[in-house]
Design a protein around this ligand. Structure first.
Ligand code: SAH
Ligand code: SF4
Ligand code: F3S
Length: 472
C-alpha cells in the first residue's frame, strides 16, 4: 500500500503541551522539583529525538541530571542498528534495578528504535518489570500523554503500534548549549537495504516542509549556533513526498542563503541518488562544508546487489570522481560493513581496493550484525566471526594508514576553523573543526568557543590535527 503523508495537527501538539503544563502544576503544588535523565544511544536522529523529549520534560518542570540514582524519571532512547547497541541498552536497563530498589517511585521509560521491534517490546514486558513505559519513535510526539497515563493510572504503558510515521511540527526542543545544532529535515527510510532494521522501526520517508526547516535554521542562527547539520537517513530523498517541487539541493541553497556566519553540513547521502546538482550546489554555496559522507558499504558489486544498495562499484567511483571535480578539496567519509552474509575473501578484497582508490579521510567500519526480520537474516552466512574479524582488522589498518597520511598533508597549511569546545585534555584544551569537518586540537582561552579563527596546522595523527591560532 502506498504511503499517505500524515501530519499531526497543531491542535494535537497544543494538547500535549497542555498536559505538560498540568503535570508541572502538580509538581509545583507538591513542592517537588523533579529530575530527569535522558540517555541516548544510536545516531544523530536519536540525539535530535532526545532534544524533543527534553523539551517536553522541561515544560513538565523537570530539571536534568546525568546520575540515574538521583533521577525521578529515567528515559533510555534506544538504537537497534546492531546487536551490540541492543545489548548495551539491556545492560543499562538491568542496572536500573538497583536505582529503582533504592527509590521505588522512580519511573523508567525505554523508547526509540529498539522497542519498535515487537520481540524487543515483549522482552521488556516479560523480563524487565522495572520498566514502566515503552514507546516507539512514532509515538514520541505524544510522550506527555503517555507519561500522564503512567502517573495517573499506575500501570505499565506500552505504545508501539506499527505505523508508517507522521510529521509533527511544534514540539518544544531543548538543545545542548554550544555551537553545533542538529536539524532534522526528514524522517524514516524507504531503501530497505537488506541488512538494515531502520526502515522497519522508523517508518516511511517523510519530509518536513522547506519553510519549517528554513524557519528553524533561522532561529538557530539567531540563537548563536554556528554549525548546523541537516539530518535525514537519506537526504537525497528530501521533498519526494511533498506537493511542491523541491529537492535537497534546493533546500541546501535556501538555508545557505540565510544571513549569518555559519557552517552548513548534512548527513547522510545515499550514493544511489546523489546528483550532480547536489555537488554543484555544495560547490556554489559558500557556507556549505565540502564534506560528503557517502556510505559505500562494500566495494563489490555482487555484495552491493545482495545488500539492495542500487548502485555498483563503478557507479560509486564515478560519483566520487564527479563530486571531486566540483570540489577538489572535498573531505570524503564512508560507512563499510564487513562480513555481509556470504562475503568471500575476493569480495572483501574489492572493498580494500576501493578504499585504496578512493582514499577516505575517515571511515566507520562495522562487522555485519544479523537483524531479526530483515532479508539478510535468512541468507546463508557460512563464514565465522573469527574470519570476519580478520577482514575487519585489515580494513581498519588500511583506513587508519590513509587517514594518517591525509591528516599529515594538512601540516603547514592554514585553515579557517570553528572553535566548538573547550573539553580537550591538558594544554590542548580547545577543539575545533575545519570546514570539511576534521577535528583540530588547539591551545587557547575558553572564551574563544564559538569563534571562527585561522590556524596553522602544526601536527597530526590518525584521528585529528593540531594547530596554532594565528593572527595573520
Ligand atoms: N541511512 C544511512 C545509514 C544509517 S545506519 C545510510 O544509508 O547511509 C549507519 C550505518 O550502520 C550504515 O551505513 C551501515 O554501515 C551500518 N549498519 C546498518 N545496519 C547494519 C547491520 N545490520 N550490521 C552492521 N552494520 C550495519
Ligand atoms: Fe538503512 Fe539503507 Fe535506509 Fe541507510 S538507506 S537507513 S542503511 S535501509
Ligand atoms: Fe539506531 Fe535508530 Fe539511528 S536504529 S542508528 S537510532 S535510526
Amino acid at each position: 500500500m502506498a504511503y499517505k503523508r500524515t501530519e499531526i495537527t497543531p491542535g494535537e501538539i497544543e494538547r500535549q503541551r497542555d498536559i505538560c503544563a498540568r503535570i508541572r502544576e502538580t509538581y509545583l503544588a507538591r513542592g517537588i522539583r523533579p529530575l530527569a535523565m535522558v540517555d541516548t544511544f544510536g545516531c544523530q536522529q536519536n540525539e535530535a529525538d532526545s532534544e524533543k523529549l527534553r523539551g517536553y520534560l522541561a515544560e513538565m518542570g523537570f530539571g536534568f541530571t546525568d546520575d540515574s540514582a538521583r533521577a525521578d524519571f529515567v528515559i533510555l532512547n534506544t538504537c537497534a542498528v546492531r546487536e551490540h547497541a541492543e545489548q548495551r541498552v539491556l545492560g543499562n536497563v538491568g542496572a536500573l534495578t538497583h536505582t529503582k530498589a533504592a527509590n521505588p517511585d522512580q519511573i523508567i521509560a525505554v523508547c526509540g528504535c529498539m522497542v519498535q521491534q515487537k520481540h524487543m517490546a515483549e522482552k521488556l514486558k516479560r523480563s524487565y518489570p522495572i520498566v514502566d513505559l515503552v514507546f516507539g519513535p512514532h509515538e514520541l510526539w505524544r510522550f506527555p500523554e503517555l507519561y500522564q497515563d503512567v502517573l495517573t493510572r499506575h500501570r505499565r504503558v506500552f505504545a508501539i503500534d506499527p505505523s508508517d510515521g507522521a510529521v509533527a511540527e511544534g514540539i518544544p526542543l531543548q538543545r545542548d548549549k554550544g555551537v553545533k545544532a542538529w536539524l532534522s529535515i526528514m524522517y524514516g527510510c524507504n531503501n530497505f537495504c537488506t541488512y538494515c532494521i531502520v526502515p522497519y522501526v522508523r517508518g516511511r520517508e517523510r519530509s518536513r516542509k522547506p519553510e519549517d526547516v528554513v524557519a528553524e535554521a533561522k532561529a538557530l542562527i539567531a540563537a548563536g549556533y554556528k554549525d548546523i547539520t541537516l539530518l535525514g537517513q537519506n537526504v537525497n530523498s528530501y521533498g519526494k513526498d511533498l506537493a511542491e517541487p523541491v529537492d535537497f539541493a534546493d533546500l541546501l541553497r535556501m538555508v545557505n542563503d540565510l544571513e549569518g556566519d555559519f557552517v552548513l553540513r548534512f548527513m547522510t547521502s545515499h550514493p544511489k541518488d546523489a546528483t550532480e546538482k547536489l555537488f554543484r550546489t555544495m560547490a556554489e554555496c559558500e557556507k556549505c562544508a565540502h564534506h560528503l559522507h557517502l556510505p559505500v558499504q562494500s566495494g563489490n558489486s555482487r555484495i552491493l546487489k545482495a545488500m539492495n544498495r542500487s548502485y555498483t562499484r563503478e557507479k560509486y567511483l564515478a560519483q566520487v570522481a564527479l563530486a571531486r571535480q566540483y570540489m577538489p578539496d572535498l573531505v570524503l567519509t564512508t560507512d563499510i560493513i564487513v562480513g555481509f552474509p556470504g562475503e568471500t575473501d575476493e569480495e572483501f578484497n574489492d572493498t580494500l581496493t576501493l578504499v585504496d582508490e578512493v582514499r577516505y579521510d575517515a571511515m566507520f567500519t562495522f562487522i555485519y550484525s544479523k537483524r531479526v526480520g530483515t532479508p539478510a537474516a535468512s541468507m546463508p552466512d557460512p563464514y565465522s566471526r573469527a574470519d570476519k574479524q580478520v577482514h575487519f582488522d585489515k580494513l581498519v589498518e588500511l583506513s587508519n594508514t590513509i587517514s594518517a597520511e591525509k591528516h599529515a598533508a594538512y601540516e603547514g597549511t592554514r585553515q579557517r576553523v570553528l572553535i566548538d569546545g573547550a573539553d580537550g585534555r591538558g594544554e590542548w584544551k580547545l577543539t575545533a573543526r575545519t570546514k570539511g569537518g576534521r577535528l583540530v586540537h588547539l591551545q587557547g582561552d575558553e572564551g574563544l568557543v564559538g569563534q571562527f579563527v585561522y590556524v596553522d596546522i602544526t601536527g597530526s595523527n590518525t584521528w585529528s590535527l593540531y594547530g596554532e591560532i594565528t593572527t595573520g
